[in-house]
Design a protein around this ligand. Structure first.
Ligand SMILES: *[C@@H]1O[C@H](CO)[C@@H](O)[C@H](O)[C@H]1NC(C)=O
Ligand SMILES: *[C@@H]1O[C@H](CO)[C@@H](O)[C@H](O)[C@H]1NC(C)=O
Ligand SMILES: *[C@@H]1O[C@H](CO)[C@@H](O)[C@H](O)[C@H]1NC(C)=O
Ligand SMILES: *[C@@H]1O[C@H](CO)[C@@H](O)[C@H](O)[C@H]1NC(C)=O
Ligand SMILES: *[C@@H]1O[C@H](CO)[C@@H](O)[C@H](O)[C@H]1NC(C)=O
Length: 458
């Protein structure tokens, strides 16, 4: 079904310097990077000036659960693909985002002449889509709608084209266009035509990178609360994702480095190609494990250890729940919290409680398994590091910023949530745990490399 896609993959990737518009091949240029905008930063169209730390916390929790639910459903069905007939059915999901609910956005350009769009970045789905004119009952966006008629490089894909079946749910429109309907975790949906267009990215440092003939969705009908964003960029491992379409021109490599939650207005970058190489003596490498659906990035987590206490083997039962794949955890940039099977989580919490002198308190929100009263803590009272041991001898030492959240004044909780719902669970390595690490995905070597970094100052 997907074997025909490589022929449609971009044949050319050009970098235009902003001064001379000299076309250069991306090879040997050092790759490129684009800015990532946190949803709560003032640059984000999703930012809500009336939000408070506690309302943001609450919605991050809701988004995490909704995303965990999406991963769980997609794992059970092996693919985020089903009939397009009931887009609002909660089991037919193409992304775990709630329409207003991803963490990062990026700005890029579509068409010729190039028009700016700002879209949610999602490592848990593949399709790139934006809202296009004419748009029937579409959710409002801040930036003008993209007008395909006004672009000389826009082409709609026929439903007979080889690339059409790459959509998890395709159908043939009255005009024989290749049509998709994607449903989101909160019942929102987008409906449109698979198309090709020139995408361009403002690379950090002022170059513009152009990618002709990129497959993307032109959405002509939508419903949801995507707030003011123009659409979504899928960075998953499937054929239609930006990463797979850029393919060999970026050596199938991308990376990001997320600053801490408190630095949500810091500029951070999404890197491609040689800019996405993570190296150094502090870096560790673990296999990316092929799994179903191929959209998701699976790793194998062997153990979790608390400084000064023993290691806890990650309960293998979760693997049965994911159809015996070898991966037992999905790494995802769009899930705030980390989800671990409850048995493992309880053992980690027990070890942790033993290793600290702070009194335990109940979580005021009733969510977390272990909360501590840290009032009156002195300089010598520290929360221990927690190490996630990934396969291939890849210990990732997580300082307390990556494993604890402050839920009330002087109350901190271990930021791990149980992955089981109704007896089925999918472990997720979430973005609090990933903060201040440079994380490189190499889809050609099928390796993930992680190195500690000061992401706000990179
Ligand atoms: C759009 O969503 C709103 C609320 O989310 C719902 O009330 C409405 O029926 C939906 N419209 C369509 C056409 O599905
Ligand atoms: C965003 O989504 C959450 C559900 O995840 C919902 O409760 C909230 O009302 C939505 N906010 C907006 C502004 O649409
Ligand atoms: C996790 O285990 C603890 C202790 O056995 C139990 O109290 C809690 O209800 C469990 N949580 C879930 C979601 O199963
Ligand atoms: C935390 O401990 C302090 C004194 O050590 C106490 O005054 C406070 O009430 C405690 N907070 C909670 C939430 O238990
Ligand atoms: C956590 O690990 C870092 C280095 O990996 C170390 O500098 C720091 O002291 C550790 N923290 C604690 C509380 O042990």
């Amino acid at each position: 079904m997907v074997s025909s896609i490589p022929s449609l993959a971009i044949s050319l990737l050009i970098i235009l310097s902003t001064t001379g518009f000299l076309p250069l091949s991306v090879y040997g240029t050092g790759g490129f990077s684009v800015d990532l905008i946190h949803r709560d930063s003032p640059r984000s169209p999703l930012s809500d000036s009336s939000s408070t730390p506690s309302s943001r916390f609450k919605s991050a929790v809701e988004r995490s659960f909704s995303r965990a639910n999406y991963f769980r459903n997609a794992m059970q069905q092996n693919t985020p693909s089903f009939s397009a007939s009931s887009p609002s059915a909660s089991e037919n999901l193409y992304s775990g985002i709630t329409a207003n609910g991803s963490e990062y956005l990026m700005s890029f350009y579509v068409g010729s002449p190039a028009k700016e769009v700002i879209a949610i970045v999602d490592t848990g789905s593949d399709l790139i889509w934006i809202q296009c004119k004419p748009c029937k009952e579409c959710y409002p966006q801040k930036i003008p709608l993209f007008d395909p008629q006004a672009s000389s490089t826009y082409k709609v894909i026929s439903c007979k084209a080889d690339s059409c079946p790459a959509l998890p749910s395709e159908s043939c429109s009255h005009g024989s266009e290749c049509e998709y309907t994607y449903a989101y975790a909160d019942g929102s949906f987008v409906d449109g035509f698979l198309s090709t267009e020139t995408l361009s990215f403002d690379s950090t440092g002022g170059r513009r990178v152009q990618v002709p003939s990129t497959l993307f969705g032109c959405t002509h009908h939508s419903n949801g609360t995507f707030s003011d964003g123009s659409g979504l960029v899928g960075l998953g491992g499937g054929q239609l994702s930006l990463i797979r379409q850029l393919g060999s021109s970026i050596e199938s490599k991308f990376s990001y480095c997320l600053p801490s939650l408190a630095q949500s207005s810091a500029t951070t970058r999404l890197n491609f190609g040689s800019s996405a190489v993570v190296s150094g003596s502090n870096s560790v490498t673990t296999p990316l494990i092929p799994g179903k659906p191929d959209t998701f990035y699976f790793l194998h987590l062997d153990q979790i250890s608390v400084d000064g206490q023993g290691s806890v083997l990650v309960n293998p039962s979760m693997q049965a729940a994911v159809n015996a794949h070898q991966g037992n955890i999905i790494i995802d940039s769009g899930t705030t919290f980390t989800f671990i099977d409850n048995e493992t989580l309880q053992s980690v919490a027990k070890n942790l409680a033993r290793s600290v002198s702070f009194p335990q308190v109940a979580d005021p929100n009733g969510l977390f398994s272990l909360c501590l009263n840290v009032s009156g803590s002195g300089d010598n009272d520290k929360l221990p590091n927690i190490t996630f041991h990934f396969s291939g001898g890849a210990p990732v030492v997580l300082p307390d910023d990556n494993t604890f959240v402050e839920v009330a004044e002087n109350t901190v909780c271990l930021a791990l949530l149980p992955s089981e719902f109704d007896g089925i669970g999918v472990n997720i390595f979430g973005n609090i745990a990933q903060q201040n690490f440079h994380i490189g995905y190499d889809l050609s070597a099928m390796q993930l490399t992680i190195a500690p970094a000061d992401c706000a100052n990179m």
